[in-house]
Ligand binder design. Sequence first.
Ligand code: ADP
Length: 268
Amino acid sequence: SKLPSRKDRDRGANDRGLIAVFHDVTDLRRLETIRTDFVANVSHELRTPVTAISTAAETLLAGALGEPEEAAEFVDVIDRHAKRLRQLVDDLLDLSKIESKNYRLVLVEQDVIPVVGHVARLLDEAAKRRRVELRIERAEGPLPARVDRRAMEQVLMNLLDNATKYAGEGAHVTVSAQARAGGGVEIRVIDDGPGISPQHLGRIFERFYRVDAGRSRDLGGTGLGLSIVKHLVELMNGTIDVESTLGKGSTFTVRLPPTGERASRDRG
Ligand code: ADP
């Protein structure tokens, strides 16, 4: 076969170069928009609690300290908003850590059933307080998957916390852990709460996206939980998706690959 002439080779290289540059510019623009949106969102989220705290403190200093009942009210405002601020900063730090290039999880093959059980026990108290019935449905025997124990706990905590929080009084929440037909593990968090409408469903994994921002804030939400969850699941080579019907409830499904899969890909 004939070798390409030098001119042909150069032109080929230039074409490729030009395409690469175009890609870079659109990527950069896209990243820039994401970054500015993010900073705007963070500033907006920080402003509410900071304003509330400083207004309450000013009122106390201006004389409310002398009125025990009034004082207690303003101290309560400071306490609640300081907690919210703290949750927001914790979530932001988590997210920035997880999104940084050098972040690595420690994936260890282990049975996920004890992890599910542990998290369900941790959430049991909160579920009772919210008058939600929490059930576990697990397969017999071990369900091995390559996971980072802490990341897996954080994923399940977030999903179960959301389910018990948004489903509300009288709801049922089930966490189920089963083997997948083709190998691997499937963990589902099912609630029979209000559900999420189709127009919102595609966006709930985005940072700061909330169906009802007021309700989420009242319940202590930051809008970052599900984006952290998605990142962590993907770092464990898994996938997460959601199905939901308004008035019926929501199901979040985490799928983890068979334990052999990664190992053979690493070798290849
Ligand atoms: P938040 O801190 O607001 O809970 P998340 O990222 O965890 O943020 O969730 C994003 C939004 O998705 C929530 O504000 C809520 O509107 C919706 N959502 C999440 N889980 C459920 C659920 N189980 N049922 C109904 N809505 C949910």
